[in-house]
Ligand binder design. Structure first.
Ligand SMILES: [Zn+2]
Length: 417
């Protein structure tokens, strides 16, 4: 069929205030993984979404898959699958058109740097500000309303459409998309889009990701009085030295480039540092630092892990402190998807209905749900139309992008000529 653009846009225009209201009513409920302070999971947000779906008459299309997690509210991490299958087609043969968005968010960070309450989203200059607006509220809302538009306008579809709303994306997807894929709920012939990253033009489809490597380094010395450093082993300078050595070595030794990616190099960044002592006159006896690395598929992943270990050992021997290195490695090597892959072609066509210009295929820093699909031989792509403010303070979504994306998702769900 031809994309009924005027009809779809008219529907979106008529529903703008409802769309915004739904969006805000979801954003006021934080859903933080238990790894974070006060994190109790996605239970409350899921209840809110289920209420909305019931009101829309979608009740029978909903399946909630709970992954046990005793740390979370009610001991569970709920995931929602919406299946719209008006022709009652078999679901095991593949060919479903699927969007996957995540319900969880990251912490607000430094609250004093927010201009508004991050959980009381407000509109200013056409932007909706709040934690989770871009990541991943935008993807969630545009998928839902893309489908709602098709349902309300009774536009014909010849295949099942699914929207999958997952838990735990920000921490590693162990209670979200990973177990869902393991339960064989998806098929290599499915067409999967993950609207969880993108550029302002909306003209880039992400087809490859760097491989994440998370590292925790614990340095143990001996706590003491700052006036008597000889009686203690201060871990602060030791851990600093280790961080600087690692930073220099990683960046000089693993500087290969790949122009598919932005930035075109592997990234190695020290990030979280656990608070050590509360007062100025105590020498810390323990230091915990975290690293977030995103490794190009062409870089030697195991060798990079070995460099962390050997550098830590070197500093350990020299300083007398005990240093341990722990990895959260995701050694997921998957070939990038090509321009001929059906999901890429379908999405390109859908983008073309709303956004003029040439669509580019790119690689990104990574860590989205798409990686786990690719690992299971299900070609998934990442697309969004975003300002790149995820995880920042004053995170926002440009509402015009949201409305365009709803139309793009409607087009993606339909069978266009
Ligand atoms: Zn995200």
């Amino acid at each position: 069929m031809q994309f009924p653009k005027a009809k779809v846009q008219e529907w979106i225009d008529a529903n703008k205030s409802e769309i915004l209201e739904t969006y805000q009513s979801i954003l006021i409920i934080p859903a933080l993984s238990p790894e974070f302070k006060n994190g109790d999971g996605e239970w409350k947000k899921t209840r809110r979404l289920l209420e909305i779906f019931k009101a829309w008459g979608w009740g029978e299309w909903i399946e909630v898959i709970e992954i046990p997690d005793e740390r979370a509210q009610n001991g569970t991490r709920p995931n929602i699958i919406i299946t719209y299958n008006p022709n009652n087609l078999p679901l095991d043969d593949g060919g479903s058109v699927i969007s996957v968005a995540h319900m969880d968010i990251v912490p607000v960070g430094d609250l004093s740097q927010w201009d508004h309450d991050p959980f009381d989203p407000v509109v200013q200059d056409g932007k909706l500000f709040g934690r989770g607006t871009e990541d991943n509220g935008q993807g969630l809302i545009c998928s839902l309303y893309g489908l709602k538009c098709i349902v309300d306008l009774k536009l014909p579809v010849s295949h099942p459409i699914k929207i999958v709303l997952v838990a735990d994306e920000e921490v590693g997807s162990r209670y979200g998309i990973q177990p869902l894929i393991k339960q064989k709920l998806f098929h290599p012939k499915d067409l999967v889009v993950v609207p969880d990253s993108g550029v302002e033009s909306g003209l880039e489809i992400e087809i490859a990701e760097k491989i994440p490597l998370r590292v925790q380094i614990t340095t143990e010395g001996r706590q003491g009085h700052a006036a008597r450093p000889n009686d203690a082993l201060n871990t602060q300078p030791i851990a600093n030295k280790l961080a600087v050595l690692l930073y220099d070595r990683l960046h000089t030794q693993y500087n290969e480039t790949d122009s598919l990616f932005y930035p075109p190099v592997s990234t190695f960044e020290p990030t979280k540092r656990i608070n050590n002592v509360d007062n100025t006159n105590t020498l810390p006896g323990k230091d915990v630092q975290h690293w977030d690395c995103r490794v190009l598929p062409s870089a030697p992943y195991e060798e990079i892990q070995k460099l962390f270990l050997s550098t830590a050992q070197e500093v350990e021997e020299e300083s007398g402190a005990k240093i341990s290195v722990e990895f959260r490695a995701f050694n997921i090597k998957v070939p990038p998807i090509t321009a001929e892959t059906p999901v890429v072609q379908r999405l390109k066509k859908a983008i073309g209905t709303m956004i003029p210009g040439e669509v580019k295929l790119v690689g990104i820093g990574g860590g989205t749900c798409a990686v786990f699909f690719r690992k299971a031989d299900i070609p998934a792509v990442v697309w969004g139309h975003m300002a790149h403010v995820a995880h920042e303070t004053n995170e926002f979504c440009l509402l015009d992008n949201l409305y365009t994306d709803i139309a793009v998702f409607a087009a993606f769900f339909l069978d266009l000529d």
